[in-house]
Design a protein around this ligand. Structure first.
Ligand code: ATP
Ligand code: MG
Length: 322
């Protein structure tokens, strides 16, 4: 039987709305039972927990003055949806693992990695990663629209950021500072430079002081803002890259699913997708699926997919030249 302490903790975590804690304790009960030789009960408990997956988070709206600057959602994205190198997936998994077992770490005076910087080219899965972290942990995702804050509240950006960091302290969730470049990147007009520096500095101070339970994630596709001062404030920096051949194949395979023609040779098609981002490849697959559906056909041919990939590639080239 579970110990009295475990039963009390289970009840507590249920009523204080900490689904992740509930899950951890349930797994501890399973481990306890296994130790007592109650293998099948342990397995049953573990299966129940696994089946439940992460519970969708409850999203409470923000106060009116922040509402239009922060998007709240309850993502259902899972780690399996993210196509990345093994190394990258392992690093994302480590964030999840440390979060799930943070009490264990705390007992030894350690904190789980929770301030994460995501850097890399557009369409490689940075925003998706934030959704995966939230989805896997059953936490709400709060996306802070940095560009909006900066353009709307130039001059009071730091004050707005302070308000947001107050919320981070109060509410558990994944807080994504998306398009983080907005405060560090293009330093266009001269009079903006000083202000941007100040904003970046206050952001760094806020993030340094933050001791909340939440995950704080910043995403940027501008490598120019990545300096030492910034790196130091984060527990982890993940660098995203355009997909390599194996990833391209996996992306196409995942996306086409049952629409994939059985004789399609992935290696050959994947070659046509080189230098495209994950997002562009996914879009090309979707375009090919749409064409197939509209033509009342059942499966996507290699020829059609190659055409859609080429279309993406030329759209990209045209943009660069234009
Ligand atoms: N690594 C990936 N694995 C699977 N799908 C991906 C991946 N990266 C991107 N996608 C697909 O492309 C879409 C857009 O990607 P996402 O918004 O995460 O890119 P991003 O890196 O945040 O780009 P940006 O820098 O432009 O914000 C995703 O919703 C997903 O459908
Ligand atoms: Mg993004």
């Amino acid at each position: 039987m579970a110990t009295a302490e475990q039963i009390k903790s289970l009840i507590r975590s249920h009523f204080t709305d900490h689904p992740e804690q509930f899950r951890t304790i349930a797994l501890q009960v399973a481990a306890h039972e296994a130790k007592q030789g109650h293998r099948s009960l342990a397995l049953e408990i573990r299966t129940l927990v696994d089946k439940a997956g992460a519970l969708p988070a409850r999203v409470i709206p923000f106060t009116p003055d922040l509402e239009h600057l922060v998007l709240a959602s309850a993502p259902s994205e899972r780690l399996g949806m993210l196509v990345q190198s093994e190394e990258m997936r392992a690093r994302i998994y480590r964030i999840l693992r440390e979060y799930r077992q943070k009490t264990k770490l705390e007992k030894h005076g350690l904190t789980h990695r929770r301030k994460i910087l995501l850097a890399g080219p557009p369409g490689t899965g940075k925003t998706l990663t934030a959704a995966v972290l939230a989805g896997e942990l059953g936490l709400p995702l709060f996306t802070i629209m940095m560009d909006k804050i900066v353009t709307k509240f130039m001059g009071e950006t730091s004050a707005k950021l302070r308000q947001i960091f107050d919320v981070i302290q109060e509410r558990r969730g994944v807080f994504l500072f998306d398009e983080f470049d907005a405060i560090g990147g293009e330093r266009g007009r001269d009079d903006d430079v000083g202000e941007m520096r100040r904003v970046l500095n206050s952001f760094l101070q806020f993030i340094e002081r933050d001791t909340s339970d939440s995950l704080v994630v910043a995403a940027t596709n501008n490598p120019r803002i990545l300096d030492q001062a910034l790196f130091r404030r984060f527990d982890d920096v993940l660098h995203y890259h355009l997909p390599e051949r194996a990833e391209i194949e996996r992306l196409i395979e995942n996306r086409l699913g049952s629409f994939r023609q059985s004789k399609m040779r992935l290696e050959r098609t994947a070659k046509m997708a080189e230098s495209l981002s994950h997002a562009e490849i996914v879009q090309a697959c979707d375009d090919a699926i749409k064409e197939t559906i509209l033509a009342d056909r059942k499966t996507v041919t290699a020829k059609l997919l190659v055409r859609m990939l080429e279309e993406r590639r030329s759209a990209y080239k045209a943009t660069i030249r234009g």
